[in-house]
Structures are given as C-alpha cells and as structure tokens.
Design a protein around this ligand. Sequence first.
Ligand code: PLP
Length: 226
Amino acid sequence: MNPEHIAQNLGLILARIEAARKSALKPAPATRLVAVSKTHDTAHIRPALEAGHRLFGESRVQEAQAKWAPLKREYPDIELHLIGPLQTNKAREAVALFDAIHSVDRPKLAQILKTECERAGRWPELFIQINTGEEPQKAGVAPKEAAAFIAEVRALGLNLRGLMCIPPAAEPPAPHFALLAKLADEAGLAYRSMGMSDDFETAIRYGATHVRVGTAIFGERDYPQA
Ligand SMILES: *Cc1c(COP(=O)(O)O)cnc(C)c1O
C-alpha cells in the first residue's frame, strides 16, 4: 500500500463506521476503530498517526514491542490492543505494553495475567475470546463454557470488560455477532470486539464496541499472520 493512501483509507473507514452506526437500530453507545497494523512497518503506521489515529491492534507481542516502543515515546497517547493469541511466557511483556488484550481464552492464562497485573500494577482491559463457530482449530472458549469462564476471570479480580470473536471464514458472520452480543448481555459485559475489514458494518448492527480493521486501511499483508 502506498503510504499516501493510508490516511485516506482511514478516513473512509471512520466515515463508514459512522454511517453504519446511524443506520443501525441499536448500535453500541460508541464504536472504536482498532486499526490492525500487524506485519506493517512504521512507515505505513505513521500516516495513520499523523492523521490523528491513536488506537492500534497487533497480533504478536515481540513484533509489537519492536515497532511501538519508539512510536510511544513520540506519541504518548497511543493505545495498543493485543488481538492475537497470547502465550503464557509472553504475559509479562503483554501486560507491560498493551492497554487491552482481546484473546483471553483459558484458565492458566487468566491466572498468569493476574500475577503479572499485580506485579506490574497495571490492569489492561481484558476481553474473553469466544469460539462462536466451535471450530476445533480456532482459539477461544466454547459458547456453552463462556459463563463459567467469565465467572472464573471475574473471581480473579482481573479488569474484564468484554468478549471477542472471529467468525468462521466460510459462514455469514451475523449469527456469530448476534451470539457474541447475547453472551455479553447475559454476563453484563459492555464491550464486544467483533467485525473486521469485510464485515465491520454488520458487526456494528449487532452492537460492536470495537471493530478490528487491518486490510481495508493498510492494504494486503505480505505474509500471513494469525
Ligand atoms: C488480522 C486480524 C484482524 C484484521 O483483519 P482484516 O481482515 O485485515 O481487517 C482482525 N482481528 C484479528 C483477530 C486479526 O488477527
């Protein structure tokens, strides 16, 4: 992607978010754009920063550290969200770097996050990832196990704020967004992280509070990354 087009794409996506919110029957009180910059280098991130955007999503802890530590010194109000899977041995770095983690999906990870949050005195906002399509290869808690896991994370005293899902690629996403919204409602959780480049407008109709958009802003990624 030509860096000149990135600020333009960003403006377009923000406008589409506003339009989708206006036409939705029950949009969330606010919908934030997490600009997913994984695999893209600083030269491609800068135009978005210069356009005033501050909320970014990354999939890998080490890549994010390398790219964002210098940028955060320049732009102290950057907000970084981890949207990819988190290994327990990266929990300490993740708690230090990220303002939110969208991929909490197992008791062991929750326990280690608790230890690391206490140690750092930093409590990132947490989302539990729900495997709404019950795909065996995909991360996330099965819908029927969501309530028990939510209770477990709450009991640890973590800063649990919402749920996240990635619908199966080959299915219409709407039923998955509806299910995520229902589970969040039932649990009294305010945040719903759902919707990507191809389906964020649909997600907004189902109450998305955070849409995670990469390709539509930064272009195709040169190498695949979860
Ligand atoms: C890469 C990624 C995105 C962004 O996907 P695009 O289709 O490029 O918008 C959103 N969410 C997660 C969890 C991702 O890994």
